[in-house]
Write a protein that binds this ligand. Sequence first.
Ligand SMILES: [Cu+2]
Length: 159
Amino acid sequence: MASDIDRYELIWIYLCAAVLAGLFGVLLYSAFGLGIHVETDVGQIHPTQVATTAPFDQPGLRQVGPDEYEAVIVARAWVFDPPEIRIPAGSTVTFKLTSLDVIHGFKVPRTGINRMIIPGQISVVTHRFDEPGTYPYICHEYCGSGHHIMNGGIVVEPR
Ligand SMILES: [Cu+2]
């Protein structure tokens, strides 16, 4: 009887160790295989001073080089400012994002763009848009009762 209990206990210990090892493997795969990581600290901004701090005092799209653009986007409940940007196909866009109020998200399906927008922090992500079309950007961090209508779009125009 005592040896049965020992055996079951041992099985549970092995099971727990296997689950921990499995989860650790998933963590390593998501970090190094898929490249998923928390927001890097590219800059801080006080949420009450967003409207007076460059570049967020002038949200919008500007050209910074041939086929290179910078999109400064301010998120707040429940809009993105600007709600739409237009670029020609083949453009590389560096998005600079921050929030005025709560945590929002910035996800552009089919591009791999996926960032949290955290009050007090600046998020940056760069992507090249080769295929013409409309790429919606959506908030994917629940931010309140209007969360489901918080979206915008990137219009990539053919050359
Ligand atoms: Cu949201």
